[in-house]
Design a protein around this ligand. Structure first.
Ligand SMILES: Nc1nc2c(c(=O)[nH]1)N=C([C@H](O)[C@H](O)COP(=O)(O)OP(=O)(O)OP(=O)(O)O)CN2
Ligand code: ZN
Length: 121
């Protein structure tokens, strides 16, 4: 089995809903977000999926979040923008695009260098 991963860092502001702590206040993170795809077959170039193609799709999704106040976005209108919910949102958006080889495995969202949430199905 082969697995490829692409990551990118974006800056977002958010507030957690009904959270009993300082994170209920407006604050921001430089989120490091990683997507992973896996599969058993490679193409004639020896690639599972060309990183360029993954980045096109991944960057397109992350552009909708970068430098945004997440709570203002429709996806987080009634959903607290925790790292877990951000990971699921990115996963759901990426699922819309499929590749000839390689299936979506997971999306990981680091809020800080030591705290990460992972969504997979
Ligand atoms: N499971 C989760 N727990 C928390 C999330 C989350 O998304 N998933 N998010 C937060 C807050 O967004 C918060 O900004 C981060 O909290 P915290 O780690 O407490 O931040 P600090 O930098 O203040 O922590 P210190 O390590 O004490 O400096 C909270 N929890
Ligand atoms: Zn936060």
């Amino acid at each position: 089995m082969f697995e490829i991963r692409v990551e990118k860092t974006i800056a977002c502001a958010h507030r957690l809903f009904d959270y009993n702590g300082p994170c209920e206040e407006l604050h921001g993170h430089n989120y490091r977000i990683e997507v992973a795809y896996a599969g058993t077959e490679l193409d004639r170039f020896g690639m599972l999926i060309d990183f360029t193609d993954v980045k096109r799709v991944f960057n397109g999704v992350l552009e909708t979040l970068d430098h945004k106040y997440l709570n203002d976005l429709p996806a987080f209108k009634d959903l607290s923008p925790s790292a877990e919910n951000i990971a699921k949102h990115v996963y759901d958006e990426l699922k819309r695009e499929t590749f000839e080889r390689g299936t979506l495995v997971s999306v990981s969202v680091w809020e800080t260098p030591t705290q990460v949430a992972v969504y997979r199905e």
